[in-house]
Design a protein around this ligand. Structure first.
Ligand code: PEP
Ligand code: MN
Length: 340
């Protein structure tokens, strides 16, 4: 249920609303919007409570939200959520480009890649230090040493860092280094992990699970938000289909669907969805044309020797070409690409 109040609502009225909600064992989440204040009521709503709320001072309207996600919904928060990280503004009119290797390998790799992607216009650096691998025998990342190399790349270029956290016990360590914490597709329904990153004061990017519906994905975002962290970015990274030529299938419709259902920014990952470097640019362009708020792209100085995901990684030169084309598509949408 949401309680809609006028923009001029007094603090006393708002407090009275909060107290009444909490007196029923429910939780209130207040969103002070530009046009109106919306109070989200979380929990099991008793009968007649809607009528009770409608009579309170300052209340314009009480709306029952039938969707299972509330905080992530457009009804609760009609204005788009904008998340600022360094020079990147995620959720605004210009797509934000996040780029870097699949996994952190060494200092030279990180610093050279950070410089190259920044020069091409990326405003966030990616790199995995904790890697979810299908096989336990594959390279599983450098752990905290990898986080330190991400920090070095940040010091060299000023680019903020996005990196994955896989386990509850690593959240504090990863949060020390990361500007955005990534929840990988395989962990989208790791509810303890979602609870834990919900306690942070840092943005979290939730990747869509391999076979997750929009609703399940938005409920994963809801976990983070219910914990108090409203800075959530969604990432469409491809879902499982029957095709095996591509690694996954990027669901480009997810972009306008999420923009309709939610106020959260939506970015696309053409690297993991295609699995092939020569498909990355076309799928990136489709994502931006569909209105994605950003892209996350794998780039490696020498993809042939990458420890992880070489076949889908772009060389610096190919990333430059991708950026030129992305800027052209963004300008067709009357957007400009924010560059570093
Ligand atoms: C990644 O971005 O490093 C990654 C492992 O992606 P996903 O979780 O989408 O497979
Ligand atoms: Mn990868």
């Amino acid at each position: 249920m949401i309680v809609v109040m006028g923009r001029e609502t007094s603090n006393d009225d708002l407090e009275a609303i909060r107290e009444r909600i909490e007196s029923k064992g429910l939780t209130a989440q207040i969103n002070l919007g530009v046009e109106r204040t919306v109070v989200g009521v979380m929990g099991s709503i008793p009968p007649d409570f809607k009528d009770e709320m409608e009579l309170m001072n300052g209340v314009l309207e009480v709306v029952m939200i039938s969707k299972p996600y509330k905080l992530a919904s457009k009804e609760f928060h009609p204005d788009d959520t904008i998340i600022k990280v360094g020079d990147a503004v995620v959720g605004g009119p210009s797509p934000v480009i996040m780029a870097g290797p699949c996994s952190v390998e060494d200092e030279e790799q990180m610093v050279s890649t950070a410089r190259a992607v920044k020069a091409a216009g990326a405003t966030v650096m990616r790199g995995g230090a904790f890697k979810p691998r299908t096989s336990p025998y594959s390279f599983r990342g450098m752990g905290e040493d990898g986080l330190k190399l991400l920090q070095t790349a940040k010091q060299e270029t000023g680019l903020p860092i996005i990196t994955e956290v896989m386990a509850v016990e690593d959240v504090d360590t990863v949060a020390k280094y990361a500007d955005i914490l990534q929840i990988g597709a395989r962990n989208m329904q790791n509810y303890n992990l979602l609870d834990e990153v919900g306690k942070l004061g840092k943005p979290v990017m939730v990747k869509r699970g391999l076979a997750a519906s929009y609703e399940e994905w938005l409920l994963a975002a809801e976990y983070v938000m219910a914990g108090g962290n409203q800075e959530v970015i969604l990432c469409e990274r491809g879902i499982r289909g029957f095709e095996t030529f591509t690694r996954f299938t990027l669901d480009v419709a997810a972009v306008p669907v999420i923009k309709r259902l939610s106020h959260l920014p939506i970015v696309c990952d053409p690297s993991h969805s295609t699995g092939k470097w020569y498909l990355v640019t076309p799928v990136a362009l489709a994502s931006v044309a569909a209105g994605a708020h950003g892209l996350i792209i794998e780039v490696h100085p020498n993809p042939d020797v990458a420890k992880c995901d070489g076949p889908q990684s772009l060389t610096f030169e190919n990333f430059d070409m991708l950026m030129e084309q992305v800027k052209a598509i963004a300008s067709v949408r009357e957007q400009s690409v924010t560059t570093a």
